[in-house]
Write a protein that binds this ligand. Structure first.
Ligand SMILES: [Zn+2]
Length: 129
């Protein structure tokens, strides 16, 4: 990871710090926030702070875990590749707005057919059997 990427990571984590570290230990949260802010400032001034930032993150299991999540590429994070061509699911009867700006698939007879959220028109059942 290069310096710019580490700095970006540090900024993301600084923004998330309050939610990552519980307020059970406000002193620790304050210390880490301060240290991280200082490193970001120095890094932006051109100082090589990558090692210090990584050392700070490694010292906190929660930060280390979150940092790993942030640097993982998107494909690895989702891990699910849709099958080629997609899956066709029977959607049920299709209701359309007479003004053509909304459609609704009634998957179950117990479902109420809504009115169009755009203009309030009653939806029309398309191709009634
Ligand atoms: Zn409509």
């Amino acid at each position: 990871m290069d310096d710019a990427a580490t700095l970006e990571l540090a900024k993301r984590l600084r923004a998330e710090l309050p939610s990552l570290l519980s307020t059970e230990e406000p002193g620790e949260l304050g210390a880490i926030t301060g240290e991280l802010a200082d490193l970001i400032e120095r890094g932006e001034a051109g100082e090589p702070v990558t090692i210090q930032i990584l050392r700070l993150l490694r010292g906190q299991p929660i930060l280390r875990q979150r940092a790993n999540e942030l640097v993982k590429p998107m494909s690895e994070r989702t891990g699910v590749i849709p099958p080629p061509g997609g899956i066709r699911v029977p959607l049920g009867p299709r209701y359309v707005c007479p003004n053509g700006d909304f459609e609704f698939f009634r998957r179950d007879v117990s479902q109420l057919v809504p009115t169009c959220p755009h203009d309030g028109a009653n939806l029309i059942l398309e191709n009634p059997a």
